[in-house]
Structure formats: C-alpha cells, structure tokens
Design a protein around this ligand. Structure first.
Ligand code: SF4
Length: 92
C-alpha cells in the first residue's frame, strides 16, 4: 500500500483511527455507500497499515544499525519500532 505522505507513529495512529471510524459506520450500515463493500474496503485498509518495526523503518542501516541511535536496537525495539519510526514503504 502507498500513502500520500510519510507515515510516522502519530500519522499511523491517525490513519488507524480514521479507518476504524469508517469501518464502524459501515458496520452500523449508516454509510451512504454500499455497506458490505465499505466493510470490506475499510477492513482491508486497517489490515494493510504497516506495523512499526525496525525492518520497515527509513532509519535502519546495514547490519541492523539504527542511524538515529548509532547502534543496533534491542530485540523489543526491533520487533515493535520506537517513537522515531518512519515507514520506508519499500516492499522488500
Ligand atoms: S530504533 Fe526506531 S528509528 Fe531506529 S530503526 Fe528502529 S524504529 Fe527506526
């Protein structure tokens, strides 16, 4: 999935909130469009949001080093990212 601007932790939270609100409206069947399609569309949008981790962060360098930290992040940060995470949008 491509996004219209860089995805940071705050932007990811805002996107998740917006997509969830759209999904909730579709599930209540009060959306002006066909609700079944909107349920599917918004479920897919939520599922396609990236999960923060070092492996998909623009700040990751070779050798699993973080450019910002100047070190290899600990396992829990590698798995879940940190507040400085920024999605690299590169699909490999
Ligand atoms: S520690 Fe944070 S900023 Fe550094 S690569 Fe991992 S997620 Fe990105």
């Amino acid at each position: 999935m491509s996004f219209d601007s860089d995805v940071t932790v705050p932007r990811l939270a805002a996107l998740r909130k917006r997509y969830q609100a759209d999904l909730d409206r579709a599930l209540k069947n009060d959306h002006e469009e066909n609700s079944a399609l909107w349920v599917e569309f918004n479920t897919n949008r939520l599922n396609e949001l990236p999960r923060p981790m070092c492996a998909n962060c623009v700040h990751l360098q070779t050798g699993m080093r973080c450019r910002l930290a100047g070190a290899v992040p600990p396992p829990e940060v590698r798995e879940n990212g940190c507040e400085a995470w920024e999605f690299d949008d590169i699909p490999f």
